[in-house]
Design a protein around this ligand. Structure first.
Ligand SMILES: C[S@@+](CC[C@H](N)C(=O)[O-])C[C@H]1O[C@@H](n2cnc3c(N)ncnc32)[C@H](O)[C@@H]1O
Length: 420
């Protein structure tokens, strides 16, 4: 590709979470910010628009074409900047090169730019049939690892692990097997060859899915070519050392593996009180931004501030002062819960007692009326029997007024019979 072509390009990378990332750094006049992923220069340009020359920008990118393009943009603004062709994992060396010891802000906007995806001709996208380089750095370096090398020289097991690990591709083993079969006949060289190989490995139903069936494999190979997760781990570790006390770091990730590294790194430092998490949950793009730029959908922004002893002591004090209050609050809540339960139990018992009493009273009144009926029956029966029959039935004396209840088993009725 001719370098002059760059000027003709119209496409401008749409920066994700622009204000959230830069405003979250809390920069002040006199500060220096390190943009580790310059790309289209969107974040750096916003710093320049906001602070003019009052904030110094040191920006790096592995891609010389990106540096060239971004410089055109920054040149047109009133900005104080130094651009260095470098990997952000070498932040220490890049800062040494411009004689800067510490910075007050660091920006990492991971992954690749729209320019690289659509126009670089390096095989990032399968929309065009391009050679399979997939390198962030321009592929004129003969020592550079490329997608071609990985696809044609790496072992089947390693390919499968990469495609599964970096791409979350469930058909990773089948795809790796097909790549090996293919390269026995000829080397895999172009993007459309790789798309055909993947298409031959995955089931037909998978090809009708929402995302293109080759997307995950392409992403995985790109991440392996550029050692993106390795660069991120190094960049975070070295970056925190190069951040001055009270300085902030904003990191935007687009992949779950990347976000996990950032989250765990920040969390561990926060536990050691070396940083403060500015946002506990990642900041994500608004619906409006996603509508304008669908790439923003998977973006997660995490920001930390490098801690200083004074601040952490103050925070500790604040926490310690709150401790007794917290204990009182929870004790109060516990007592309240116990009281409510006891009250509820008493009310329930009282209601049960009232209901039982009413039931008993109604049963008693039923029994009373039965007794009256039986008494009436008894007197009727007694008046209608002869003395002989009364004798046979067991009535001892018609004048005896003392009765006891006894079951008359023959008639099945309960009679009142005279006792002794
Ligand atoms: C998403 S773009 C950045 C876009 C930029 N923030 C903007 O607003 O225009 C990512 C850029 O980071 C670069 N990059 C990725 N990994 C890198 C690394 N390890 N070191 C330096 N640059 C890297 C890529 O070449 C790409 O240009």
């Amino acid at each position: 590709m001719e370098k002059n072509d760059i000027k003709k390009k119209e496409l401008v990378h749409e920066t994700v979470l622009l204000k959230e990332t830069v405003d979250g750094l809390n920069l002040k006049k006199g500060d220096t910010v390190f943009d580790g992923t310059l790309g289209g220069g969107g974040h750096s340009a916003y710093v320049a628009e906001k602070f003019g020359t009052a904030v110094k920008i040191i920006a790096v990118d592995r891609d010389s074409e990106a540096l060239q393009r971004a410089e055109e943009r920054l040149k047109s603004l009133k900005a104080n900047y130094s651009l260095v062709l470098s990997d952000y994992r070498n932040i220490d060396k890049a800062l040494d090169a411009v004689k800067v010891e510490k910075v007050q802000g660091i920006i990492l906007d991971l992954g690749l730019s729209s320019n690289q995806l659509d126009e670089s001709g390096r095989g990032f996208s399968f929309k065009n049939n391009e050679p399979l380089y997939m390198t962030f750095a321009a592929p004129d370096d003969k020592l550079l690892l490329t997608a071609k090398i990985i696809l044609n020289q790496w072992a089947e097991e390693t390919l499968a692990d990469i495609i599964y690990g970096y791409g979350d591709e469930r058909y990773a083993r089948r795809i790796a097997k097909k790549i090996i079969e293919y390269r026995k006949v000829k080397p895999v060289e172009m993007t459309w060859e790789l798309v055909d190989i993947i298409g031959g490995a995955v089931p037909a139903v998978y090809k009708r899915g929402k995302i293109h069936f080759a997307t995950k494999t392409f992403q995985a190979i790109r991440m392996a070519v550029n050692d993106e997760l390795g660069a991120l781990k190094d960049g975070l570790e070295k970056g925190i050392k190069k951040l001055s006390t009270g300085g902030r770091m904003s990191v935007i990730s687009f992949h779950s593996g990347e976000d996990r590294i950032v989250k765990n790194f920040f969390r561990d430092l926060a536990k050691e009180k070396k940083v403060i998490l500015i946002n506990k949950k990642p900041i994500i793009a608004s619906e409006q931004e996603i509508r304008k730029n669908p790439r923003a959908r998977s973006a997660k922004l995490r920001i930390i501030e490098k801690n200083n002893k004074q601040m952490s002591n103050q925070k500790d004090k604040r926490i310690n002062n709150c401790e007794p209050l917290k204990k009182w609050f929870w004790s109060f809540i516990m007592v309240l819960i116990i009281c409510l339960f006891s009250y509820g139990y008493c009310v329930r018992t009282a209601i049960v007692n009232i209901v039982e009493r009413q039931n008993m009273e109604s049963e008693l009144s039923t029994l009373d009326s039965k007794v009256q009926i039986l008494e009436a029956e008894y007197f009727k029966a007694k008046n209608s029997v002869t003395p002989e029959l009364a004798q046979t039935m067991g009535f001892v004396s018609a004048t005896d007024q003392k009765f006891v209840a006894r079951d008359n088993k023959d008639s099945g009725l309960s009679f009142l019979t005279p006792g002794n």
